[in-house]
Design a protein around this ligand. Structure first.
Ligand code: HEC
Length: 561
């Protein structure tokens, strides 16, 4: 079962009057229908149930929990799907399009203008059948169809308590104001995580809320203790994944453990606080408990093969991918592959709970599966299935600082390779919908990636198979691999002149005399590169390459313009 992509989602999209069922309603499985019926018979569904505020993380109010539980089960088990009565309003407007070569396939990248009335930074995507639900940082919802039509989704806006936040004047709204973190659609119910300003506490709380059928507003399922006002909404984590009968959600340390000095203050290590952890909510009892601890700002979480995979943002460095095991302690802020911001000292040497005789005990820290150096600020990670055959079962991870998506091949929880694919945007969220990947960037732009029809040029069937080990053959004149120039349009192009930044000194010196590449000088160059360009970094083709083979290559190059 693919939890991240919510294949069995029961959302129906209603555009105008046409109803498009995305999946057969009978395939939708409610987690615990029998207990739902029991609760319904007992007449316990109560829409006015107050939200649970976890002043103490571990002490759940059982009565409220039961009521909330009843309510949620009611939605989860709603065999009549959620209906979106959306008005057709606009279409995504394409801004740019390019083809990006990767090791095994070319991918098309299209960038779309932001029509979403958002100042960007955070915001989230969720798959709704074949469509995409987009929540802006401001908590407004849009539905984007496969035809790229944009509709206002009939999902109520989330109330972040913005007015109160602005009056409180603790922090600038744009920089540090409350915002939406993530969305998940599971069995016809939408879950959202966000930060909310609580006027009474004069502080921010992390909230997990839900919206489903027949409900008029968002219901809070979990609300963290209020943050001290010196902390704000950066570093809140907020990712969700569903697995078995649990909803897992990440909560960051909100920067607290960077500032705290006393080990006993460390929120990420305190099992009574939700911060710096992946927590989980049992969808039948609504009990919430920590699943792993010692995380810093986990902005990525996905379910894979019955397990959870997390990405975490370390301090200066120490960004990692983690395959989670229940009860693991990843060590933050005692240990990290990152360094202290102020003096570059390591985290491993400063405080060791084994030496400090702490109440929480001496714990051996579990290790990440992979650490990015230099740091990339990892965000959402997803597992691919059906995007492109070459990439099946691989992972894709977004990054903020790196402005790159990372294509990650994993075998038995070992990362075998990581292929960076630069997309030039800070990636906040990514989801797969059929054979396209949707990226929400930090400014609110949308990018859609799909396998390029030109893929074969880069694959084994390429007419230039040896050449594409190093070169690319890409109609986009600005593209080059890090290893060699683009061969598209090389015939007739000035030698040593393309977007490639690594031409040898030999090539730079020889280029004026060579002039433009034509069949004659290219033939000589391919027969013996160094004879035409002394000191070139282009290797000699294998001895066995016949004149015939070189002629075929030249024919092929002539067609590429
Ligand atoms: C091992 C890597 C590698 C392979 C394989 C390779 N090349 Fe190159 N090629 C290069 C590099 C590096 C350069 C840049 C040379 C320089 O700057 O001196 C280059 C330069 C060239 C140029 C000149 C481009 C320009 O902009 O002036 C042509 C043409 C070319 N290669 C064709 C080919 C063809 C055709 C093949 C396949 C039969 C091939 N190469 C295979 C690495 C490679």
């Amino acid at each position: 079962m693919n939890f991240g992509a919510t294949k069995n989602t029961s959302l129906l999209i209603v555009k105008g009057t046409k109803i498009t069922p995305q999946t057969s309603v009978s395939t939708i499985k409610a987690p615990h229908p029998s207990s739902l019926l029991q609760h319904l018979r007992n007449g316990m569904v109560n829409e006015t149930t107050p939200a649970i505020h976890h002043e103490k993380f571990s002490s759940m109010n059982q009565t409220n929990a039961l009521k909330i539980g009843t309510l949620l089960l009611f939605w989860l088990s709603a065999f009549v799907p959620v209906c979106f009565a959306a008005d057709a309003s606009s279409k995504l407007e394409e801004m740019s399009s390019e083809t990006i070569p990767t090791a095994y396939l070319n991918i098309d990248l299209k960038t779309y203008r932001n029509n979403f009335d958002t100042m960007g930074g955070d915001g989230a995507l969720a798959r709704s059948g074949n469509d995409v639900l987009l929540g802006t940082r401001e908590g407004q919802f849009y539905l984007i169809g496969q035809d790229l039509s944009v509709h206002h989704a009939p999902v109520p806006a989330i109330d972040f308590g913005i007015d109160g936040f602005q009056k409180s004047k603790h922090f600038d709204l744009i920089e540090k104001g409350p915002r939406l973190h993530a969305l998940l659609i599971q069995d016809g119910t939408i879950y959202a995580t966000y930060d909310k300003y609580d006027a009474k506490a004069d502080s921010i709380r992390y909230v997990l809320a839900t919206f489903g059928k027949d409900t008029k507003t968002w219901k809070e399922l979990f609300s963290s203790p209020p943050l001290d006002t010196k902390y704000y909404t950066m570093g809140g984590g907020g990712r969700m994944a569903a697995l078995d009968h649990y909803l897992y959600f990440s909560v960051g340390d909100y920067g607290m453990d960077r500032h705290n000095k006393l080990p006993s203050d460390f929120a990420s290590q305190n099992p009574k606080l939700p911060f710096g952890k992946i927590n989980r909510m049992d969808l039948s009892t609504f009990r919430i408990e920590p699943y792993v601890i010692g995380a810093r700002n986990p902005l990525g979480l996905t379910a894979d093969n019955g397990k959870l995979v997390m990405t975490d943002n370390g301090p200066r460095g120490g960004d990692g991918i983690y395959f989670l095991k229940e009860g693991d302690n990843y060590g933050w802020p005692y240990s990290s592959f990152g360094r202290h911001y102020d003096d570059f000292s390591t985290y491993n040497s400063t405080l060791n709970p084994c030496k400090e005789n702490l109440a929480i005990g001496c714990t051996k820290h579990a290790q990440p599966t992979f650490v990015f150096t230099p740091s990339v600020a990892p965000t959402q990670i997803i597992k691919l299935n059906g995007f492109a055959p070459d990439w099946n079962n691989d992972f894709l991870m977004g990054s903020l600082k790196g402005q790159t998506i990372y294509h990650i091949h994993v075998l038995d929880e070992r990362v075998l390779y990581v292929e960076p694919i630069f997309v030039g945007q800070r990636i906040r969220d990514l989801i797969q919908v059929n054979n396209s990947l949707w990226i929400l960037d930090d400014s609110g732009l949308l990018q859609i990636l799909s396998p390029s029809p030109a893929t074969t040029l880069r694959a084994a069937h390429s007419p230039l198979p040896t050449c594409v080990l190093c070169h690319t053959v890409n109609p986009d004149p600005t593209s080059a691999t890090p290893y060699a120039p683009n061969l598209f349009g090389v015939m007739g192009r000035q030698a040593g002149h393309s977007n490639f930044s690594g031409y040898s000194i030999g090539m730079k010196e020889a280029a004026p005399a060579i002039g433009k590449w034509d069949r004659a000088n290219l033939s000589a160059f391919l027969h013996n590169p160094a004879a035409v360009v002394p000191g070139t970094s282009m290797p000699r083709l294998p001895e066995s390459t016949s004149d015939n083979a070189i002629n075929t290559i030249l024919d092929e190059l002539q067609t590429l313009h």
